[in-house]
Design a protein around this ligand. Structure first.
Ligand code: DAH
Length: 357
């Protein structure tokens, strides 16, 4: 029994891991282990022999079991120590420099514009970029023969041979969303719609895809005075200046009557744009009172309701505010350009927190 004891106590002491220890346990005190086999021999002994051997075997079993338990705990401690050693890290090290993505100026400006108009009670509406020519033209009082259709360099979608329905178009402006939101909510309403628009045009200030923001406010007694105030507030907030001078120039759009193009006073002195001072004027948007036919197309009674609308180029006001000389660069996906003109991802523009900082 002493041999058995010494053998297992040594084996346990030398066990390298828990799996090895378990093998030893099975071999020693498992159901068919050596100690169990010895216990079976008790049956063949005389009662006197049994009285000595029985307690001795039980004591041996207990001793091996406690050695196993102690060794198991020691192995677990050692494993934890090893793990703590290998997973050690120096939390005082500086962080690695990281290449961070940036918010594209178009997205940034869209957020800025949205924040400003949200403050004035405008919600954001959306419409499809592929639309019918009814929404893009007819409903906006631009009938088939109207020269505005040709001027807009429209992209027409191809129809299958024999399909004679009028083609879909890539929307040439965000104005069709006026009709869609009138249909959706009726009057009164106050929405802006920022989004992508398309025209077949390409030079330093034109790209085939660009962005506009449409504005629409309809109520019983909305006038040009409201339009003027809203636009002045917008321009002041957007360009982050205290005073602006707006000039309303009589113009013509089929979907507004009267119509006005709006210019802001600015100076180009020293090659940089300053808004609110100087003797130059910069056109930034088209606007007017919504034409009765447009209200009707949107299902709103022009005898009861009236309102103003405006349309502004997002890319254009982004170029002006952030000094981007060539519109095409917006869509080149040049990483160096994006890092230079991009905005920090977590700087969400708000009126109280600052638009662009
Ligand atoms: N849709 C016009 C364009 O793309 C811009 C515009 C002008 C929108 C006057 C309006 C508006 O809502 O009233 O050039």
């Amino acid at each position: 029994m002493d041999d058995l004891r010494d053998k297992y106590i040594d084996l346990i002491a030398d066990a390298a891991d828990e799996a090895g220890l378990e093998d030893i346990r099975v071999a020693a005190v498992g159901k068919k282990g050596e100690v169990a086999l010895k216990m079976r021999e008790l049956g063949k002994m005389t009662p006197e022999e049994r009285q000595v051997a029985g307690p001795a075997l039980n004591a041996l079993k207990d001793e091996i079991n406690s050695a196993l338990t102690a060794k198991k705990a020691a192995l677990a401690d050692a494993a934890l120590d090893a793990r703590l050693r290998s997973e050690w890290l120096d939390v005082t090290l500086p962080t690695r420099p990281q290449r961070r993505g940036t918010i594209h100026p178009i997205s940034q400006v869209t957020e800025e514009v949205t924040a400003i108009f949200a403050e004035m009670g405008f919600s954001v509406a959306e419409g499809p970029r592929i639309d019918t020519d009814w929404y893009n033209f007819d409903a906006l009082n631009i009938p088939g023969h109207h020269p505005a259709r040709a001027e807009m360099d429209t992209f027409y979608m191809h129809r299958a041979d024999g399909d004679n329905r009028p083609p879909h178009v890539l929307r040439t402006h965000t104005s069709p969303v006026q009709i869609r939101s009138m249909e959706a909510t009726g009057a009164p309403t106050r929405i802006i719609c920022p989004g992508g628009v398309y025209r077949a045009d390409y030079d330093q200030t034109h790209t085939p895809m660009f962005h506009q923001v449409e504005g629409l406010a309809i109520d019983r007694d909305i006038s040009m005075a409201n339009l003027k105030w809203v636009l002045e507030e917008f321009v002041k907030s957007y360009f982050e200046v205290d005073g602006v001078d707006l000039r309303f120039r009589a113009s013509h759009f089929p979907f507004t009557e009267p119509s006005a193009e709006v210019d802001i006073r600015c100076s180009w002195e020293g090659g940089t744009l300053k808004v609110g001072e100087g003797d130059d004027w910069l056109e930034i948007l088209g606007s007017g009172m919504v034409h009765p036919k447009v209200l009707e197309a949107g299902g709103i009674d022009p005898a009861e309701w009236q309102g103003f609308a405006f349309g502004m180029g997002i890319d254009r006001i982004a170029m002006l505010k952030y000094g981007v000389p060539d519109l095409r660069a917006f869509f080149d996906s040049d990483l160096r350009w994006l890092r230079h003109y991009g905005f920090a991802a977590l700087d969400v523009p708000t009126l109280h927190g600052g638009l662009s900082r």
